[in-house]
Design a protein around this ligand. Structure first.
Ligand SMILES: CC(C)(COP(=O)(O)OP(=O)(O)OC[C@H]1O[C@@H](n2cnc3c(N)ncnc32)[C@H](O)[C@@H]1OP(=O)(O)O)[C@@H](O)C(=O)NCCC(=O)NCCS
Length: 170
């Protein structure tokens, strides 16, 4: 069994995490907690339930708020929106430790991020969830879950709130 927890200073072993992408490892080790303390983003880590502290981090994701103008919104959703920047949420980082990849944790964290998005959407409004993939492989990973590319072969993807709501309907 695993547990999803908000990143904390002493409970989680940030140094031991390695997803194979230095920029993502580095962010978790050196920036995620400070960004959280400054109110810039929030990071959630997946750990083994009952693990002793500092717990190994199996996977993590980071969410932040963002504003997008018309040019950053897929054409099909632009019509109903006012011609000014709109609030949205960004899945800013996602990484699974190399020793844990292929076990469904990436999928688990995307589902968790979508649930968190819905909460933010209900409380404050947000047009959808954006993600910047680091490369084409990552973009095709996100496409599997219903994210749409803003441009053909582009690395920014979007999922509108209605699609996210639908995905949780029985
Ligand atoms: C990409 C990553 C998050 C996937 O995590 P994971 O836990 O190995 O993925 P899962 O086991 O949850 O796989 C879910 C599905 O996505 C597929 N998948 C996994 N990696 C994929 C990839 N790179 N491209 C396309 N599909 C992929 C799996 O085959 C699986 O398909 P299935 O549901 O039909 O079996 C992980 O490999 C990782 O952290 N990579 C390094 C960092 C990175 O690329 N982050 C992406 C954000 S920029």
């Amino acid at each position: 069994m695993t547990s999803l927890e908000r990143l904390s200073k002493s409970d989680h072993d940030r140094e031991g995490f390695d997803c194979g992408v230095e920029a993502l490892n580095d962010y978790l080790k050196n920036s995620a907690r400070q960004a959280q303390e400054r109110g810039l983003s929030s990071t959630f880590v997946l750990t083994e339930e009952g693990a002793s502290s500092p717990k190994a981090i199996l996977a993590y994701y980071t969410l932040s708020l963002c504003e997008v103008d018309q040019s950053g919104i897929p054409a099909s959703y632009r019509r109903k929106l006012p011609p000014r920047p709109c609030g949205a949420v960004r899945l800013a980082r996602l990484g699974v430790d190399t020793r844990q990849q292929g076990r469904g944790y990436g999928k688990t964290l995307i589902a968790a991020a979508l649930r968190k998005f819905l909460f933010i959407h209900e409380q404050a409004g947000a047009i959808g969830l954006f993600v910047d993939a680091k490369d084409q492989a990552a973009a095709s990973f996100y496409s599997r879950f219903g994210f749409e590319r803003l441009e053909e072969d582009g690395l920014t993807l979007f999922m509108p709130f209605k699609t996210i709501q639908e995905s949780f309907k029985e």
